[in-house]
Design a protein around this ligand. Structure first.
Ligand code: V47
Length: 362
């Protein structure tokens, strides 16, 4: 392997990793540039196995998008509708939203993952009731809900601080924050693709506050659009710096851009090779974030399976009723059973372990 790594121009990086030293921004950019994807994957896999051996985590969850009405105009989004009543717009009644869990009483679901559009007129009580109602139906359910972008929007709309919003949602049943809305933290990118939602600094500040209040969270990165390798690395390093401060991130989740039905539809979707590369670089740069998760809905099932040898140790769960990616052209299934996930992990030569949101084994 030594000669292979040297030929790939990665010998010095491998030595740093051997010595448990951190990679810097320039090294991150070099990882994105190396032509030898397998050498990169070998290094990432070594880091994965140091942490987790062959273990591969997944959870039994459902997805809820209670409304797609959204005042933001992110160019990559195929899900949002600007106003109530626009074609394709919807807002669930609370009863309808709760029924998604109630009608699955026979399934051992441990998590509801909730993400919504930024709805301009719903009262704050809609969200607190939404959470409280899920806890009434199943008190032990973990509610991973609202991206930092939604938290910032609530604070501005309802005249509260970010911390007040988090505290009130926690009182109603919020258990952790998902990693969405991070996109790419660099200002240049946000100005172009999502100029009217909270900026990268506020996104990170909200996660800092959430961690201080005792919650865990995730961090995502939307890749494969206009971002440069430098901006990807910058994004990872900003997440790594916050993790040094708080230790509150559980997983980093690269999200492959899907180009159908949105304003960036002229761009090609990222290739399988690019997807493997991004996950591998994430494993190598984010030495302090325990898990690298492949969101199989976005990567495709086969690439998610292959990624288990490119630094990934975690697969998003059973999911069910996903809309954001399917409206953007994803051809993946809408759900997998735990049995299907176990089979695909075993077929890759890895060991599947069901976890809850906080990585306790189920
Ligand atoms: O923030 C929207 C992305 C995210 C598109 O925390 C798109 O466990 C690609 O954050 N193509 C929401 N991506 C999903 C998300 C997530 C997913 C899985 C697990 C977790 C977690 C979080 O979806 C948005 C945005 O970055 N997105 N539209 C699109 N056309």
């Amino acid at each position: 392997m030594r000669t292979r790594l040297a030929a790939a121009g990665l010998a010095d990086i491998a030595e740093k990793l051997d010595a448990n030293q951190r990679l810097d921004a320039d090294e991150g950019v070099r990882l994105f540039a190396t032509p030898d994807l397998l050498a990169l994957g070998w290094l990432a896999n070594r880091e994965r196995e140091r942490r987790h051996g062959a273990d591969t985590f997944f959870n039994h969850n459902i997805r809820l998008e209670a409304t797609n009405v959204c005042v933001a105009s992110c160019l990559f989004c195929s899900f949002a509708r600007l106003k109530e009543g626009d074609p394709g717009s919807y807002t669930m009644s609370l009863e309808h939203a709760w029924s998604k869990l109630r009608e699955r009483a026979d399934q051992p679901i441990t998590e509801v993952h909730i993400v919504n559009g930024l709805h301009p007129t719903l009262p704050f009580s809609y969200y607190t009731e939404l959470l409280a109602g899920f806890k009434r139906i199943r008190p032990a359910i973990h509610l991973k809900a609202f991206t930092a972008v939604e938290i910032a929007f609530f604070a501005d709309l309802y005249g509260m601080t970010d911390e007040q919003v988090l505290r009130e949602l926690m009182a109603a049943g919020l258990d952790s924050l998902p990693g969405g809305g991070a996109e790419v933290f660099a200002e240049r990118v946000r100005r172009k693709i999502c100029h009217d939602k909270c900026d990268g600094e506020r996104w990170l500040a909200i996660h800092r506050t959430a961690h201080r209040l005792g919650m865990r969270s995730n961090v995502t990165m939307l890749y494969g659009h206009i971002e440069t390798p430098e901006e990807r690395v910058d994004h990872m390093l900003r997440a790594r710096a916050l993790q040094d401060e708080t230790g509150g991130f559980q997983a980093f989740i690269p999200l492959a851009f899907h180009p159908d039905n949105n304003q960036m539809r002229k761009l090609p979707a990222p290739s399988a090779a690019e997807t493997l590369r991004v996950h591998a670089v994430a494993r190598l740069m984010l030495d302090n974030i325990p898990h690298i998760k492949a969101f199989w809905i976005a990567t495709g099932v086969e690439v998610a399976q292959t990624s288990l040898w490119f630094g990934v140790d975690d697969l998003d769960g059973t999911v069910q009723e996903e809309r954001i990616y399917h409206m953007a052209g994803a051809r993946t299934p809408e759900a997998m059973t735990p049995q299907q996930i176990r089979q695909l992990v075993a077929a890759a030569g890895r060991r599947a372990l069901e976890r809850d949101t906080l990585y306790n084994l189920v």
